[in-house]
Design a protein around this ligand. Structure first.
Ligand code: SAH
Length: 257
């Protein structure tokens, strides 16, 4: 798995190479990173990467040429994997989610383009970009944080990256496995300021613990993300006992909030 990043701020990528499980995987060479600064692909003495927008208006727009040359350099270094997707971080793109992370982990990686200022010249998008991804309905000042989020979410899915292989399976949004939100977690002490860990988790009875976790997941998902209950149902991920429990919750008046 290789990620190439086109960014004016390459130092920001220490966030995934220097910390936590993504750093450990990086040192084990389970994934690699190429950083390409458009400023290194400029011709002028000022190393200009942006200019004023045609038609007027505030802010600056990133120039096509340095971006295109940076992508070409990344592709040249990728060699056989040069047909990897070229993904622009953009609030107008497809919303990122776990299903998309799982799509990416099945491939050879990607070239991620981080915009700055008002964005990039449309002709760069038309000529070079294969996909556009948004982190959500909010505007950031650059594509670096979205690119970091994508790398983190994809790398942790690579085989051998997480210590306990099961911990990724229980995570929220594991579309192929549960499609539901994760259940609550507790660790020591057993009682904190008078608040005890739920008795089911202390029982040592594995089947009961599994039922409790499943029901907590169902309850939380019904409350916060009823849309996920519906899609889990459509994917055939809800058992008869799940449906019985959901009906019981609805009869008790539990609805979305
Ligand atoms: N003028 C643009 C915002 C530009 S923000 C608009 O209103 O749509 C500058 C850069 O930050 C963008 O080019 C993009 O690369 C990145 N960015 C901002 N918000 C983002 C989001 N929600 N998801 C992905 N990238 C984002």
């Amino acid at each position: 798995m290789r990620f190439d990043i086109v960014t004016l701020f390459p130092d920001m990528f220490g966030a995934v190479c220097d910390h936590g499980v993504t750093a450990r995987a990086y040192k084990q060479q389970l994934w690699s990173l190429g950083l390409w600064n458009p400023r290194d692909f400029t011709q002028d003495v000022h190393r200009t990467v942006d200019d004023r927008p045609y038609g007027g208006g505030p802010g600056m727009v990133m120039l096509v040429d340095p971006l295109e040359k940076a992508v070409a350099a990344a592709k040249a270094q990728r060699g056989t994997a040069a047909d990897a997707p070229v993904i622009l971080m953009s609030p107008t793109g497809r919303r990122f989610n776990q299903a998309l992370a799982e799509e990416l982990v099945a491939g050879e990686g990607a070239i991620l383009i981080c915009g700055r200022y008002e964005g990039v010249d449309q002709r760069f998008i038309d000529r070079c970009v294969t996909d556009e991804i948004s982190m959500g309905d909010f505007v950031l000042s650059g594509g670096e944080i979205p690119a970091l989020a994508i790398i983190d979410s994809v790398v942790r899915l690579l085989p051998g990256v997480l210590n306990d292989a099961d911990s990724a399976k229980q995570d929220s949004f594991n579309v192929t496995l549960t499609g539901l939100l994760d259940s609550p977690h507790y660790t020591r002490p057993e009682v904190y300021e008078g608040q005890s860990v739920p008795a089911e988790l202390l029982s040592g009875h594995h089947a009961n613990i599994a039922v409790w976790r499943r029901q907590q997941s169902l309850m939380l998902t019904l409350k916060r993300r009823p849309d996920l209950i519906e899609s889990a149902r459509q994917q055939g991920l809800l058992s008869k006992s799940d449906e019985r429990f959901l009906k019981q919750l609805r009869d008790e008046g539990l609805t979305a909030r």
